[in-house]
Design a protein around this ligand. Structure first.
Ligand SMILES: Nc1ncnc2c1ncn2[C@@H]1O[C@H](COP(=O)(O)OP(=O)(O)OP(=O)(O)O)[C@@H](O)[C@H]1O
Length: 248
């Protein structure tokens, strides 16, 4: 479980996060949505320590990340998996070495053990016979799956996914969404997804947090979105009339 309490963050004199609190349960897929500039990326960067908060708490199963120094954050960092926008694979490494990267960095496992783990993760994302390929030889959807395999290699308790569907066609997006949901359920991960993709939100979000102008403006299940009378959320989600018709 991850809890954030009253997170505030300013850049110069601009307050970007204005006291955001939320609870993300283990085994749940939490979608952070909001318009461009609403503070989604800043919030996630604060949660993983890429930005320091001005005030507030980020609790990973009751451990306050914000109060820890670099060294003491390492055990928590090892429990966090990240799926980056655009997959962010290392182009000069094979798929196998990409997925093995964190295992090489952070574990004392034998090579054969690491290889077993890599093969388990690749198998879990339904990729076969790609160990020796380089990222440039893969489709966007395959790269994303390798990104997921790499993110789960260390058996994370927490998983952050930044725009997991960017650049993917609708069919491949659904495959990736389902994979994220399945992995969340199966390994009881606390998953946080930063997304603009309303199809994803409607499909896989257990919990949806809507940010507006640096505040948590609305929170609920994706089923509740269809019936919300929150004007800003309505305007954001149903910017396309066609999408609204589809949801009826
Ligand atoms: N390092 C920074 N320095 C100064 N301002 C920043 C910095 N990072 C973000 N901001 C500002 O904070 C605000 C929120 O940005 P953020 O990237 O968190 O929004 P977002 O909701 O993720 O947007 P998008 O959906 O477009 O990615 C913006 O006004 C942005 O210019």
């Amino acid at each position: 479980m991850i809890e954030i309490k009253e997170i505030r963050k300013s850049f110069d004199d601009k307050e970007v996060l204005k006291g955001i609190s939320a609870t993300f349960m283990s085994g749940s897929c939490n979608m952070i949505i909001g318009g461009s500039g609403s503070g989604k990326t800043t919030l996630i960067k604060c949660m993983v320590g890429l930005h320091e908060v001005d005030s507030g708490e980020v609790l990973y199963d009751d451990r306050d990340f914000t109060k820890l120094n670099f060294e003491d954050r390492i055990p928590i960092r090892k429990e966090i998996g990240m799926l980056f926008q655009g997959s962010a694979l290392f182009d000069s490494l094979t798929v196998q070495d990409n997925v093995m990267f964190a295992l090489n960095m952070f574990t004392e496992m034998e090579h054969s053990e690491k290889l077993d783990r890599v093969n388990f993760c690749l198998n879990r994302v339904n990729l076969e016979n790609v160990n020796k390929k380089f990222p440039a030889e893969l489709s966007g959807g395959m790269k994303k799956r390798v990104g997921i395999a790499r993110a789960i290699a260390m058996n994370p308790k927490y998983l952050y996914c930044d725009e997991p569907n960017s650049g993917l066609d609708p069919k491949t997006s659904i495959v990736i969404d389902n994979l994220i949901q399945e992995i969340t359920d199966e390994f009881k991960i606390t998953t946080i997804v930063n997304t603009h993709d309303m199809n994803s939100v409607m499909e896989i979000g257990d919990n949806v947090v809507f940010l507006h102008q640096g505040q948590k403006w609305w929170e609920g299940s994706n089923k509740d979105i269809k019936h919300t009378d929150n004007t800003e959320l309505n305007d954001f989600v149903f910017a396309s009339k066609h999408f609204k018709e589809m949801q009826k």
